[in-house]
Design a protein around this ligand. Structure first.
Ligand code: DLZ
Length: 152
């Protein structure tokens, strides 16, 4: 059943790209599934969704920039899982990925939403990619459709 928010979002004319990191794929697979489920509920046709993979979250901004410059898409959903390890890598990758995505969004004037999670451990990540609406990919997809339709 559609929730109230979905009944207000009509995505049937939208073309959407998903940029998805493979690193921590046990999490990013589920985030991407959440994003696809939300797009379906918002009426986005599966033929109008293209999924692009990157090795890790660090590479997401460049792919977003390339896709944005094609002008083929109304917006982009980013999917990644940055999980803290034993070194400072977590901080650098998080800043580069999220800062880079923000730069592309503003420079290209294209809605891009964040399904990149940054967590201190695997348990936190698993809690954010559940099969129900507790899924940050699902939230990012919903946010994207809202941004496109309300602020075009
Ligand atoms: C190298 C690395 C590490 C340590 N951790 C993550 C992570 O938690 N999440 C993620 O998406 N990517 C990670 N990566 C990979 C980097 O994003 C990048 O792909 C590599 O450093 C190669 O540039």
């Amino acid at each position: 059943m559609k929730s109230n928010i979905f009944s207000k979002l009509n995505g049937d004319k939208l073309k959407i790209a998903i940029v998805r990191a493979r690193f921590n794929s046990q999490i990013t697979d589920k985030l991407a599934q959440g994003a696809l489920a939300a797009l379906k509920l918002a009426g986005v046709k599966s033929a109008n969704i293209s999924v692009h993979e990157t090795p890790g979250s660090f590479e997401i901004p460049l792919v977003c920039q390339k896709l944005a410059r094609t002008r083929k898409y109304h917006g982009i959903i980013t999917i990644g899982a940055i999980i803290k390890g034993e070194t400072a890598h977590f901080e650098y990758i998080s800043q580069a990925a999220i800062g880079g995505v923000t730069q592309v969004m503003l420079a290209e004037r294209l809605p891009i939403t964040l399904g990149i999670i940054t967590t201190y451990n695997l348990r936190q990540a698993q809690a954010r990619c559940r099969a129900d609406q507790a899924n940050k990919g699902y939230e990012a997809a919903l946010a994207l459709v809202e941004m496109i339709l309300n602020y075009k």
